[in-house]
Design a protein around this ligand. Structure first.
Ligand SMILES: [Zn+2]
Length: 117
């Protein structure tokens, strides 16, 4: 008997089936968990233009995606206001133009911000 803790599914396998079933099941579980995490992230990720929007979203427990200047002082100020910090930046950076969402300096990249628990 193999029980999946991610879906709760249970299934009986013969001894000879186990050898091929287990690697396949592990792949299935990984894919299931990845998709679940991806969906959750999509739901929780909100693009913001300014500090007011960011404050609301962080308070609601979301992650924010914003144009940022990248300055340590700017992040420190943001952290004091919201309790959130920079997490990472997307690998594929879209073209950035305009101002930092927090301090209005020139934005250099897009970044994710959120509270880490
Ligand atoms: Zn800034």
């Amino acid at each position: 008997m193999i029980a999946r803790r991610d879906t709760g599914d249970k299934k009986e396998y013969t001894f000879s089936e186990i050898k091929s079933a287990v690697p396949w099941l592990l792949k299935e579980i990984q894919s299931f968990l990845y998709k679940k995490a991806e969906k959750l992230l999509e739901k929780k990720l909100v693009k913001v233009k300014n500090i007011k929007e960011a404050e609301v979203q962080i308070k609601d427990g979301n992650l924010v995606y914003a144009q940022w200047c990248g300055a340590a002082g700017c992040e420190e100020q943001f952290k004091e206001k919201t309790g959130a910090k920079s997490l990472n930046s997307p690998l594929k950076q879209p073209k950035v133009s305009g101002q930092c969402f927090n301090c209005s300096s020139k934005a250099k990249s897009r970044f994710y911000f959120g509270k880490s628990y």
